[in-house]
Design a protein around this ligand. Structure first.
Ligand SMILES: Nc1ncnc2c1ncn2[C@@H]1O[C@H](COP(=O)(O)OP(=O)(O)O)[C@@H](O)[C@H]1O
Ligand SMILES: [Mg+2]
Length: 237
């Protein structure tokens, strides 16, 4: 009974393609003592709208993994799919487009451009990506509490204010995936909590995925899932 309806329902219930899938990823660095294997077998998946805390000891390769996912560096072997597209096989101009349009990155050290105002820093990535949207930019600026600071330069801001600018810059082009490498590592606890709360609100509003490296179990608990990188391996999925 109702066989055609059932098969239609199955088709529409098929699982959505994962936003991010990392498969058997390996990466070593060349050192004077020979190759240093950092990532030996990393497997990781993230669905759209998921928020994942990546944990692990200092030196375990968390930043290395984030750089590979953000197409800032190349793996030795393995695959990274973003929206079903394997990124290592893309040509360099397509990888550059991925960095501008698809992925946003927030670093521990803020990495704002010192010679640009807050307004210019906020718009920087969206303009590069050809995705500047004045309404979204204004809303993002207001949500991050940056409206009174738009004409200042980074050196005239506190750490928490600088990191709010970095979050706004990373989200201005409406990326599919936001990566953050210890984004609260240089902030005091209350400021870090506030920056993460704002980030999580905006992540939910834009519907992007969020992968955050943190040492704090307390902050990690506020994300939907946790994974630990240990001895070069991660078997999250
Ligand atoms: N460019 C590089 N050249 C050589 N070794 C590196 C390089 N970058 C990182 N490493 C080494 O790789 C390991 C992992 O580093 P990293 O990914 O920064 O770890 P984490 O972010 O977990 O602290 C460390 O031993 C680090 O010293
Ligand atoms: Mg690191």
């Amino acid at each position: 009974m109702n066989a055609p309806t059932v098969s239609l329902a199955r088709a529409s219930d098929a699982p959505a393609a994962l936003l991010l899938r990392v498969v058997n990823l390996q990466k070593s660095y060349a050192t004077p003592q020979g190759p240093l294997p950092v990532l030996k077998d990393v497997n990781l998946s993230l669905a759209a709208r998921e928020t994942l805390a990546l944990m692990g000891e200092s030196g375990s390769g968390k930043s290395t993994l984030l750089h590979l996912i953000g197409a800032l560096d190349h793996a030795d072997s393995g695959e990274i799919f973003i929206d079903g597209v394997e990124t290592a096989r893309l040509r360099e101009n397509a990888r550059a487009a991925l960095r501008r349009e698809t992925v946003g990155v927030v670093f521990q050290q803020f990495n704002l451009i010192a010679s640009l105002t807050v307004a210019e820093n906020l718009a920087f990535q969206a303009r590069l990506a050809g995705r500047y949207d004045a309404d979204w930019q204004m809303r993002l600026t207001e949500r991050l509490g940056l409206t009174p600071l738009l004409s200042r330069y980074p050196e005239q801001l506190s750490g928490g204010q600088q990191q709010r600018v970095a979050v706004g810059r990373a989200l201005a082009a409406r990326p599919r995936l936001l990566l953050a490498d210890e984004p609260t590592g240089n902030l005091d606890e209350a400021t870090g909590d506030a920056v993460l709360a704002l980030t999580l609100d905006l992540v939910a509003e834009t519907g992007c995925g969020f992968l955050m490296v943190t040492h704090s179990a307390r902050l990690a608990a506020r994300l939907s899932r946790r994974a630990v990188l240990e001895a070069g391996t991660l078997a999250d999925s």
